[in-house]
Ligand binder design. Structure first.
Ligand SMILES: Nc1ncnc2c1ncn2[C@@H]1O[C@H](COP(=O)(O)OP(=O)(O)O)[C@@H](O)[C@H]1O
Ligand SMILES: [Mg+2]
Length: 272
C-alpha cells in the first residue's frame, strides 16, 4: 500500500438512498480485512455516520473482545457570510481533517444529499466515488434526464455534470483520476420485466455518463436494524449474535460490493 490513504467518497444529490448505510458497511468491511480506516462525516448536520460511530464505540466498550473501530471526524459547513470565504474555510477544514487521518490506509467520506461547497470539495478528493441509487426509475433522474415515453437520454443531470467538473479539477490538481461507481441499493423483487429494463438502462448509462455499475444491496432489515448498536452483519459473530440465512446473503452482497469496487490491496484472498 502506498503511504497516501486511498479516499472513498459516498455522494449523490438526494437523501435517503443509502450513502450512510453503504459508508458504515464499507468502513467495517475494510476494518475487518485488517486495514486502518479514517472516516469523515461531511453531513455532520444530519450526522448519521457520526452517530453510528458513537454507537459502535459504546458497544466496543461493553465487549470483552474488541471490535475494530475507525478514526472519525465530523465536519460542519463554514458559517462565513461571504461565499468565497466560506468555501475557502470548508476547503481548509477538509484538508486539515484529511491530514489528521493521513496515517490510515483508507479514508471514507460520507456527504449530504445536496450540493454545497464542502460536498464539492469532498468529491474532488475522491479516488473512488460511490453513488447509491434506490432501486427505482425515479432515481435515474439523479444521473440523467430521460424522455419518459421512450427512455431516451435528454441530457446528463446536474449531479453528473458536477462529477465531471470534479474529475477535471482532480486531474488538474494532481493528475489523479476519480473512479465513479454507481450502485443500486435496496434491490427489491420488482417484476422481471422492470428488472431487465433497469439493468439495460444502467449498462447504457454507464457508458454514456462514465461510471461503473455494481448491483449493491438488497432491501434487508439487517442493513438498518444494527444501527443503534453501531455494528454490521460482519460483527455478529464477535457479538455472539445468531446468523440467519438472510444475514448470510447480506454478507455475500457486502463481500461482492467490496471486491467489485476494485480497491487497492482488497481482493478475494484477503476476505474475512
Ligand atoms: N439495503 C437496505 N435495506 C434496508 N434499509 C436500508 C437499506 N439501505 C438503506 N436503508 C435505510 O434507508 C434509510 C436511508 O438510508 P441512509 O443510508 O441514511 O441514506 P442517505 O445517507 O443517502 O441519506 C435508513 O433508514 C437506512 O437504514
Ligand atoms: Mg446520510
Amino acid at each position: 500500500m502506498s503511504q497516501k490513504p486511498y479516499i472513498i467518497v459516498l455522494g449523490n444529490e438526494k437523501g435517503g438512498t443509502g450513502k450512510s448505510t453503504v459508508s458504515m458497511h464499507v468502513i467495517v468491511s475494510l476494518l475487518r480485512r485488517g486495514f486502518t480506516v479514517g472516516s469523515i462525516d461531511v453531513d455532520a448536520r444530519q450526522g448519521t455516520l457520526t452517530r453510528y460511530t458513537e454507537n459502535r464505540k459504546a458497544t466496543a466498550q461493553k465487549m470483552s473482545s474488541p471490535i475494530p473501530l475507525a478514526e472519525h471526524i465530523p465536519l460542519l459547513p463554514s458559517q462565513h457570510t461571504s461565499r468565497e470565504e466560506a468555501a475557502a474555510e470548508d476547503q481548509k477544514n477538509l484538508e486539515e481533517a484529511l491530514a489528521k487521518l493521513a496515517h490510515n490506509q483508507f479514508i471514507l467520506i460520507d456527504t449530504p444529499g445536496s450540493d454545497s461547497p464542502l460536498s464539492r470539495a469532498a468529491h474532488a478528493m475522491a479516488d473512488t466515488l460511490v453513488t447509491p441509487l434506490n432501486d427505482s426509475f425515479i432515481d435515474l433522474d439523479m444521473l440523467v434526464r430521460l424522455k419518459s415515453e421512450t427512455m431516451d437520454i435528454l441530457k446528463p443531470s446536474i449531479y453528473a455534470e458536477m462529477v465531471w467538473e470534479q474529475k477535471k479539477q482532480r486531474a488538474i490538481r494532481d493528475r489523479g483520476s476519480i473512479e465513479w461507481i454507481v450502485l443500486r441499493n435496496r434491490l427489491s423483487s420488482i417484476n422481471a420485466r422492470n428488472k431487465e429494463q433497469m439493468e439495460e438502462i444502467m449498462k447504457l448509462l454507464s457508458k454514456r455518463i462514465g461510471f461503473r455499475y455494481l448491483p449493491g444491496f438488497g432491501e434487508r432489515v439487517i442493513f438498518r436494524e444494527l444501527f443503534l448498536s453501531g455494528i454490521t452483519v460482519l460483527d455478529l459473530e464477535d457479538c455472539k449474535m445468531p446468523m440467519s440465512l438472510s444475514h448470510v446473503s447480506a454478507k455475500q452482497e457486502l463481500r461482492s460490493l467490496i471486491e467489485g469496487m476494485g480497491l487497492p490491496n482488497v481482493d478475494a484472498a484477503a476476505a474475512a
